[in-house]
Design a protein around this ligand. Structure first.
Ligand code: NOJ
Ligand code: CA
Length: 649
């Protein structure tokens, strides 16, 4: 359908396929704006859409609508791995072609898609009569939510990147920029989440409250601009996920369908469960750096490979294997060598042994943010792993800024974004999968690049020992995890180790494997913890899948608790996990989502007297027969959790 309007003021509405969500595009006095309505109530009041271009002024004032083009789209997207195999991609799209009224005659398109679960739009700038390259000074996009809404946020532009505790605040009071996904609860009880999809070659979006409206602040480059781009150019999708309840919000998968399907063969990608030469460093038994207690030795690696075989997990991560982890590693990381092993670690020998025992090695590149040093070795480093049959790499960017072209840049700036993308493509060309720590946030690009199996990008268990509260994991499903999977490094059983006390109950460590999705799941403790006293708990970790057919969030409130069920992609079995904050509670869930009639349930839960502070190690295991439609009632202790395996009978 084609509509032509030549008047200065225009107003066109797009509705979601189910007509519940409405988006109104307007040009008033030459200014471009949009608003969003849910069930005819305002969710986003009229908000500005414009780009400020260096030396060229604002693109978005003094504009008229030239034409609007409408498309109805309906499709089911199949994902190679993840939380859901099928994702609905039905939307009504309208592209607004707009042109400047003045002599400059600049043009652009704003493309809107309205789904049953949210709204997305982006700016598309074609080559202009006068110029082919632009520098973005600012993106002036606004999201006019009610300022009295509650926001669940982490701060942006801080030294530890995305690794902060979530806090609640009144939206209108957010005076400092915050990261997306930014989850919002309006006074009308609607849940929204502002995020972005398909972030390429551009700074990532942060948000700040200005004059009671949320404004986009693109992460700056060191030259104080936001992005240098070549035309034609599209911004990432600006996405507002919308739901009637917190638990429904956690079903949102819009960011994936707003990304393109892959343009190469990724049938070689496999999700992975692995252990690591890792937690022993956190509890001070071993070190990353060479010396008496060096973790990454040939002997330890072979021993851990044997342990992985015994435990029935498929992979082993080895950190601290390479030259450079000496002394003050945060400073010395600038000298890290990614193709040179320490003298006590023989990489080809370890790789051969792993292959003989059918264990995948997860290689490790800790760049400490020294991107120049890493990029100088990038090709050689990836070739080196590929030559040794290593098909998984964990990368890391500890350090408060990246050093790129000799200058300090934010991890989430355009230069940072482009660096991460280079590693993903470098890996894909060699059939290598990635787990990125200190990453750029997820924007659904895993759909196009499924070899990016997981990333960190939030506080994970490495912050245990005092800096993680039980509520943290109860915020994640409603916030960070709306941007994709996370390597939380779950499964620590050595709860009471004084070097790194874990403030959870032991049953909760199993719950994490269901609650926090990750395409690469690490059973993060030392294998000795799994083979001994807690072997029965490890059974759950061994069996829980990484690739799910579908996910059914069951119950929860933001920052308080979360219960989710997931069906295995390769069997008829289901898995349920639940976590709570500092408050103990009894959860009742109706098992009406089960397709088959009868299941054998194995339940790992807290005991009546469990407590994350005073009694974290007690737990109960029970087996019982259940039927579809039964109601399951489970007690979760303060800081606790539970995990259930349902095997079809
Ligand atoms: C921080 C990462 O999150 C962690 O997993 C890693 O072990 C250390 N950096 C060292 O690279
Ligand atoms: Ca980290």
């Amino acid at each position: 359908m084609l509509r032509r309007r030549k008047t200065k003021s225009s107003q066109i509405e797009i509705t979601s396929p189910d007509k519940r969500i409405k988006c109104r595009f307007t040009i008033k006095n030459g200014r471009i704006g949009y608003s969003v309505y849910v069930n005819d109530s305002v969710l986003i009041r009229n908000s500005r859409l414009a780009l400020n271009i260096c030396g060229e002024g604002v693109l978005g004032d003094n504009f008229s609508l030239i034409r609007a083009q409408h498309i109805d789209h309906s499709e089911t997207v199949e994902m190679p791995w993840g939380e859901d195999r099928f994702i609905d991609n039905s939307y009504h799209e309208t592209s607004f072609f707009v042109a400047e009224n003045r002599t400059l005659g600049r043009i652009m398109t704003i493309r809107f898609r309205v789904f049953n679960t949210g709204v997305a739009f982006r700016y598309e700038v074609p080559p202009q009569p006068k110029f082919r390259q632009i520098t973005i000074q600012d993106e002036l996009t606004e999201f006019g939510f009610n300022p009295s809404s509650v926001a669940f946020k982490i701060p942006a532009f801080m030294p530890d990147r995305y690794e902060y505790n979530y806090e609640k605040a009144r939206l209108g009071d957010l005076s400092e920029p915050v990261h997306t996904p930014l989850t919002i609860k309006t006074p009308d009880g609607i849940f929204g989440c502002i995020h972005e999809a398909a972030l390429y070659d551009y700074g990532s979006m942060t948000l700040e409250a200005k004059n009671a409206t949320m404004r986009c602040v693109i992460t700056p480059l060191s030259d104080n601009t936001k992005a240098h781009v070549v035309l034609p150019f599209s911004t990432p999708w600006r996405v507002v996920m919308i739901a009637n309840s917190a638990i429904d919000l956690t079903k949102n998968r819009l960011i994936y369908v707003l990304n393109e399907p892959p343009n190469q063969d990724f049938s070689w990608v496999r999700t992975l469960k692995f252990i690591g030469i890792w937690w022993a460093m956190y509890v001070g038994e071993w070190t990353w750096a060479p010396g008496d207690k060096h973790g990454a030795t040939t002997a330890h690696a072979k021993e851990y490979i044997d342990e992985a075989v015994k435990l029935g997990v498929s992979g082993l991560l080895i950190e601290g294997w390479n030259d450079g982890w000496e002394g003050d590693w945060l400073k010395n990381g600038v000298n890290n060598k990614f193709t040179v092993a320490t003298p006590d670690f023989n990489l080809p020998e370890v790789a051969k042994y792993a292959s003989k025992r059918n264990i995948e090695l997860v290689g490790h590149h800790e760049t400490v943010g020294f991107v120049d040093n890493y990029e100088n070795q990038l090709e050689e480093a990836y070739d080196y792993y590929a030559k040794n049959g290593i098909r998984y790499i964990k990368t890391g960017y500890a350090g408060s800024k990246m050093i790129i072209n000799g200058r300090p840049e934010y991890h989430h700036s355009q230069r940072g974004v482009n660096h991460y993308q280079k590693t993903i493509e470098m890996a894909a060309a060699r059939h290598i999968c990635l787990d990125i720590h200190e990453p750029i946030k997820g924007t659904g690009i895993e759909r196009t690049w499924p070899n990016l199996l997981t990333r960190e990008g939030a506080r994970g268990q490495e912050y245990e020992g005092g800096s993680l509260s039980p509520s943290h994991a109860c915020y994640l499903p409603y916030t960070r995890l709306l941007s994709g999977g996370m390597d939380y490094t779950s499964g620590i059983f050595d709860i009471e180790n004084p070097k790194k006390r874990i403030f959870t109950t032991i049953a909760r460590q199993l719950a994490y494997f269901v609650v926090i999705y990750s395409g690469m799941q690490m059973a993060a403790d030392r294998p000795s913890m799994y083979s001994g006293r807690y072997n029965e708990l490890f059974n759950f970790i061994r069996n829980v899948p990484i690739n799910f057919e579908k996910t059914v969030p069951l119950a929860g409130e933001i920052g308080e608790y979360y219960v989710v069920a997931r069906k295995d992609r390769d069997s008829a079995d289901w898995y349920i996990g639940g976590v709570t904050n500092e408050e103990g509670r009894t959860i009742s869930v109706k098992l009406d989502f089960l397709e088959d009639e009868k299941y054998q349930a194995t339940i790992y839960s807290d005991a009546k007297n469990s407590d994350y502070k005073s009694n974290p190690l007690v737990y109960e295991t029970n087996t019982k027969k259940i039927k579809s439609g039964d109601t399951l009632s489970i007690y979760i202790a303060p800081g606790g959790g539970f995990a259930i395996r349902l095997q079809r009978l």
